[in-house]
Write a protein that binds this ligand. Structure first.
Ligand SMILES: [Zn+2]
Length: 409
C-alpha cells in the first residue's frame, strides 16, 4: 500500500469513529504503519445485522442520499447508507470498467431494483456515460423472462446486465421462443454480470451461448462495487477507494502471495457508512501478474466460503464443479452435494442424446482426484421450463444441496 492510502485510511478511521459502532472499536491516534491495521478487529456481517439500521452511520440526515439493504435470507437485514458523493463516485468507477459504456448503448439492467444496490449503481454508471437504461428489474412479476427477451429484441439492446445464471435463463427462454441467442440479437455487444461468483468455465459457457464477451463486477450492498473487469476481462481492485486483505484461516495473518484466502475489505471513500476491515465471507486471491491493461495485480473471487463441499478432506467449490462440468456435453443447469462420500453432480441434458459413459466419469475422477457420481437428468428437471416462461420460477441461485435433497425428484 502506498503512503497516500495510509493517509486516506487514517482519515476514514477518524470519520468512522463518528458512528456509535466504530467509536469504541477504532484507535483515536493515526496509524503509523499499515501493519497496525491488523490490530483493528474485523467487522462481520453479524456486527452489521446487530447495528443496523443506524449504528454505522457517520453522517446526519441532510447528507443522506440513498438507502439499501442486503438481501440476506435470515436475520436482521443489513443496512447501507450512501451520500450523493458515495453514489456518484462509485458509479464513476463502474463507468470506467472494460465494457466501455458509450452514448449509443442501450443497457438492460436485470438486477433487482428493490433495496439492493447493484441495479442502482450500474444504472447511474451507465447514464454517466450518456447511455440509455432499460430498468427491467429481476424478482418482479412485471418483467418475466419472455418480457426480457422481447425488450432485448425490439429495443436493440446492446448490453445485458444481470446475474450470470440469469444470462443462461434468458438464453434458454429465447431458444424456447424460437430465437438463437448468438444470431438473433445482432446489436448485443457485451454482458456484464455481478452478484454471484463467475467461474472461468461459466464465463466461457455464457460467451459461447451469446457469442459476446462477459465482464464482471464485484461488490456488495454493504460496500459498493470494489472490483471491476478491465477491457481484457481481468478483475482489478479499485485500489484508490478500497484496501483489500486476503487472510488465512486464522483470520489474523495474510496468506502467502498468490494464495486464496478470506477477503477483507476496507472502504476509503464511502462517507455515509464506511466499512473498516469488513469480513466479506468470500474467498479470493491477489495474483501478481501484469495485465495487458498495465496493472500489476489481478484479483480472482472464488465465491462464498460457505459454498464449499468437503469430500475426502478436500474443499470443492463452484469453480471446481464448473470446471468438471466444462468437460461434459451439457453444462447449463446443475446442482451438487455430497452423497455417500462422493461428489454428486446432477445436470440437465441439453440434447436427448447427451450422456456420460462410466469410463469418462472414471477419467474425470482420476483427473480431479475426487470420487464422483454424475447424473444427467431430462431438460426441465432442475428448472421447470413452463415456469421459466410464465414467471413462476424462483431464480435465486442455489447450487449446493444435501444428499437427501439431491435424490428428491
Ligand atoms: Zn487489466
Amino acid at each position: 500500500m502506498n503512503s497516500s492510502n495510509l493517509k486516506k485510511l487514517n482519515c476514514v478511521i477518524q470519520h468512522a469513529r463518528k458512528s456509535p459502532f466504530y467509536k469504541q472499536r477504532l484507535p483515536t491516534q493515526p496509524l503509523t504503519t499499515i501493519q497496525e491495521l491488523k490490530d483493528i478487529p474485523l467487522t462481520t456481517k453479524e456486527d452489521l445485522r446487530q447495528h443496523s439500521p443506524n449504528g454505522l452511520r457517520c453522517v446526519p440526515n441532510e447528507d443522506l442520499y440513498q438507502y439499501h439493504e442486503s438481501s440476506g435470507t435470515t436475520g436482521n437485514p443489513v443496512s447501507s447508507w450512501f451520500t450523493k458523493e458515495d453514489v456518484y463516485h462509485n458509479a464513476k468507477q463502474i463507468a470506467s470498467c472494460g465494457i466501455q459504456f458509450h452514448d449509443k448503448d442501450i443497457v438492460l439492467i436485470r438486477f433487482p431494483y428493490a433495496l439492493s444496490a447493484a441495479a442502482h449503481m450500474i444504472h447511474e454508471a451507465v447514464q454517466l456515460k450518456g447511455a440509455c437504461v432499460i430498468p427491467a428489474s429481476g424478482r418482479t412479476t412485471s418483467t418475466p423472462f419472455t418480457k426480457i427477451v422481447d425488450l432485448m429484441k425490439k429495443l436493440d439492446v446492446t448490453v445485458l446486465s444481470c446475474l450470470s445464471l440469469q444470462t443462461i435463463m434468458i438464453a434458454e427462454t429465447a431458444e424456447i421462443l424460437g430465437l438463437n441467442p448468438k444470431d438473433d440479437f445482432p446489436h448485443l455487444r457485451a454482458i456484464c454480470t455481478a452478484g454471484e461468483t463467475l467461474s472461468p468455465a461459466r464465463r466461457q459457457l455464457i460467451q459461447e451461448i451469446w457469442g459476446i464477451p462477459v465482464y464482471e463486477f464485484y461488490g456488495m450492498t454493504e460496500i459498493g462495487t470494489s472490483m471491476i473487469d478491465c477491457k481484457y476481462q481481468n478483475a482489478h481492485v479499485l485500489d484508490d477507494d478500497f484496501i483489500v486483505e486476503i487472510l488465512d484461516d486464522s483470520l489474523t495473518e495474510d496468506v502467502q502471495p498468490n494464495e486464496f484466502g478470506h477477503l477483507v475489505i476496507t472502504t476509503l471513500k464511502k462517507d455515509a457508512t464506511p466499512m473498516i476491515r469488513y469480513h466479506t465471507g468470500d474467498r479470493a486471491r491477489l495474483r501478481d501478474d501484469t495485465c495487458l491493461c498495465g496493472r500489476k495485480q489481478m484479483i480472482e473471487i472464488r465465491g462464498r466460503s460457505d459454498d464449499t463441499l468437503l469430500i475426502d478432506h478436500k474443499k470443492i467449490d463452484i469453480w471446481d464443479i464448473e470446471e468438471i462440468i466444462s468437460y461434459l456435453p451439457c453444462r447449463r443447469f446443475w446442482r451438487a452435494g455430497v452423497d455417500q462420500q462422493k461428489l454428486k453432480i446432477i445436470i440437465e441434458k441439453e440434447q436427448e442424446t447427451d450422456h456420460v459413459s462410466p469410463t469418462f466419469q472414471c477419467l474425470l475422477e482420476a483427473k480431479f482426484d475426487i470420487p464422483m457420481q454424475i447424473e444427467l437428468v431430462p431438460t426441465g428437471t432442475i428448472y421447470n421450463r413452463e415456469k421459466l416462461i410464465s414467471n413462476g420460477l424462483n431464480t435465486k441461485p442455489k447450487y449446493f444441496y444435501s444428499g437427501d435433497e439431491l435424490n428428491v425428484r
